[in-house]
Design a protein around this ligand. Sequence first.
Ligand code: HEC
Length: 168
Amino acid sequence: MKRNLIAFCLFAGFSTLVVADEPRIAFPQDYKSYKNYLSLDRTGDNTNQIIRLFANETAAAGPNKDGALPNGSILVGEIYKAKLSDKGESVESSLGRRVRGKLAAIAVMEKRQGWGSKFSEEFRNGDWDFAVFSPDGKRLNKDLNSCRGCHAPLTQSDHLFSYDHLQQ
Ligand code: HEC
């Protein structure tokens, strides 16, 4: 009996884990044809990175009247390593900006009706979900709850940092 209970708990725990990160977002093969709505030196702790942001047609049309982006929105962040000096610091261009080095990863947010319903408050981002891929489109095995946890508090901007740049 006891052993069955342990087996059940292990199974239940494991299946929750698998369900929570079942990959729903496919690599957006055609993202280079999306609108490049913003490119910037990354903010916060990401001092040696540059990001280029793309929005598919649905997202590029901007928020609905209720302030949220429509279902079917896809946002893509190409994350580049910045070129580094011998000292390991970002090289500064004559514009005082970082200089783009190698493409390191492709971060994706996609929104579909009902996608948020399985998450707890802490990790829920409306109906957005997250994925991250290598430059050649292979899914990377990252802890997606770290993505969810950092974007979740942004309830005033549909969980987006670059929200203002998507306004029409
Ligand atoms: C510690 C906070 C933090 C974490 C963790 C994080 N992000 Fe973000 N994300 C940001 C910030 C800040 C921006 C704005 C651009 C920038 O400065 O890089 C951003 C921008 C984005 C964007 C463009 C849309 C927007 O919100 O502006 C996407 C897509 C994205 N992140 C996906 C991801 C994915 C996928 C992960 C997990 C692998 C992730 N993020 C983890 C802070 C975070």
